[in-house]
Design a protein around this ligand. Structure first.
Ligand code: NAD
Length: 502
């Protein structure tokens, strides 16, 4: 259904909007109405080549710009995003579907990374040792890599790109962003604000598209590093192909985040936390809680009743309407996929206690589905093993804390995890022994602050570095050590032994 003329969403290369080298375009929807609101350019290999040429051309000057001068651009950018926060959040809600307050929240989390990147002069300070040998000094420091690329998923069109480019460009790299083709407008808006903040042309570029553009980035010999966030099969592929081409790669993948609920947990607090973490953003968060693991029948039964009551009150609709708590899914295909998982769960014998399949929003062709709850699921079921990425919470009942911890650790994903309890010893044991990259104690979505780093374990991350924070600085820089002696009054003689600098 189309009611207004869809907007053209173009690339941004060398400081300018560019229609690119192909007429190929993909539709962008408002998921709350089903309308086509935009037509995004689908980038070709030659579009990527032009962006790389622009970024490579800008690197020499940008990398030699003093870090505090680079940081000033980011200070200004931060102000501009803050100025336009409501406008940008509205674009996110219209293209992604998440509610307006959630869209503002993701922008704020992205801005926190910008704030971290504003402190880059401090992060790039090196190490100096006087007299590593007689009249010899040693200094170690970090240098930017060159042209780096970022590839992002649909679920955070602002925050995930902002996990990447602020740190990368603050470190002195130049950047090519390939946003999700499903909600691509935000990246171009951010490019425009960076230009307004004074970023030189070519330092930040956006190339839209899908597999062809991604493959061109992964193969291009002038791209030094790739940051990827998305699903596990694509993360694994990106890691394999780009490391094969000699690049540094961090590829963050999918998740199945568990929340263990101990018998002593505050149940009202737990249910409130679960509602936000399982159904917020329609479950389309890599840190969403998708499995709740109560310890003991009493807590399981009580949780089940409270969740049923809370789900009956969940307000679903267009995220721009006041009071709405959960918006639609990103696409009709994704809605069908999530509904398919609900069918599969029933066929496999889980109890579908709350069934979201029948939900329809009044007068709308949006991609809505209701919040759903499975009880009595088991670890062998497809709905437990695979990431659903929708508003579906699965309960797996356990009899003991150790059984719960074993369950969590046996899953192939290890992004985030949480424990709800009043027992300090249980919490401490969980934090120490859970095989996940991010852990919450009475915190359902433990997304690290920007000055720490974000990343999972196991098949939730391929590569060695987590993203943003100190790990981000390490990822986007190379370490160099110089050992220096100045000709002076210490006479040197030829020495054929390994230098020991005594
Ligand atoms: P996706 O893997 O389908 O797409 C991610 C990016 O890869 C997009 O830019 C897309 O254009 C590109 N892409 C897709 N298929 C490709 C292919 N075959 N070859 C090359 N490139 C390809 O992911 P999505 O559906 O956009 O996002 C949801 C997924 O992202 C979920 O699995 C979610 O858990 C994950 N995610 C993970 C994190 C994290 O931090 N670990 C954060 C957000 C989202």
């Amino acid at each position: 259904m189309t009611t207004a003329q869809p907007a053209y969403i173009d690339h941004f290369v060398n400081g300018k909007v560019s229609t690119g080298n192909s007429d190929d375009r993909a539709p962008v929807y408002n998921p709350a109405t089903g309308e086509v609101t935009g037509l995004v350019a689908i980038g070709t290999t030659s579009d990527v080549e032009e962006a790389v040429a622009a970024a490579a051309g800008a690197f020499a000057k940008w990398s030699k710009t003093p870090p505090h001068v680079r940081a000033r651009v980011l200070f200004k950018f931060r102000e501009l995003v803050e100025r336009d926060l409501d406008r940008l959040a509205e674009i996110i809600t219209r293209e992604h579907g998440k509610v307006f307050s959630d869209a503002k929240g993701e922008l704020t989390r992205g801005l926190e990374v910008v704030e971290f990147a504003c402190g880059i002069p401090q992060q790039l300070k090196g190490e100096f040792t006087e007299n590593v040998g007689r009249a010899i000094d040693g200094v170690s420091f970090r240098q930017p890599l060159g042209v780096v690329a970022g590839i992002s998923p649909f679920n955070f069109p602002a925050m995930v790109p902002m996990w990447m480019f602020p740190v990368a460009i603050a470190c002195g790299n130049t950047f090519i962003m390939k946003p999700s083709e499903k909600d691509p407008t935000l990246s171009v808006e951010l490019a425009t604000l960076l230009a307004e903040a004074g970023l030189p042309d070519g330092v930040f570029n956006v190339v839209h598209g899908a597999k062809t553009a991604v493959d061109a980035l992964l193969d291009h010999p002038e791209i030094e590093a790739v940051s990827f966030v998305g699903s596990t099969p694509v993360a694994e592929y990106v890691h394999r192909r780009a490391t094969g081409a000699g690049k540094r790669v961090q590829a963050l993948g999918g998740a199945k985040n568990h929340m263990v609920v101990m018998p002593d947990a505050n149940l009202d607090q737990t249910v409130n936390a679960l509602m936000g973490a399982a159904y917020g953003s329609a479950g389309e968060r890599c840190m969403a809680i998708s499995v709740v693991v109560p310890v003991g029948e009493r807590v399981a039964n009580a949780l089940r009743e409270k969740l049923i009551a809370a789900l009956a009150k969940l307000r679903i609709g267009d995220g721009l309407v006041d009071g709405i708590e959960m918006g639609p899914l990103i696409s009709a295909d994704h809605r069908a996929k999530v509904a398919g998982y609900l069918d599969t769960g029933v066929q496999e014998g889980a109890e579908l206690v709350v069934d979201g399949r029948g939900f329809t929003a009044d007068d709308s062709d949006g991609f809505f589905i209701g919040g759903s709850l499975f009880d009595h699921a088991t670890p062998d079921m497809t709905i437990y093993r695979e990431e659903i990425f929708g508003p579906v919470l699965i309960m797996i009942r356990t009899e003991s804390f150790s059984e719960a911890l074993e369950l969590v650790n046996a899953h192939e994903f290890g992004n985030g995890s949480a424990i709800f309890t009043r027992d300090g010893n249980a919490a401490r044991h969980y934090v120490s022994n859970v095989k996940a990259g991010m852990v919450g104690v009475n915190i359902p979505i433990p997304v690290p602050m920007a000055f720490h780093s974000f990343g999972g374990w196991k098949r939730s991350l391929f590569g060695d570095h987590h993203i943003h924070g100190p790990e981000g600085v390490r990822f986007y820089t190379r370490y160099k050590t110089a050992t220096t002696r100045w000709p002076g009054d210490v006479l040197s003689t030829a020495d054929f032994a390994m230098p020991t600098l005594t």
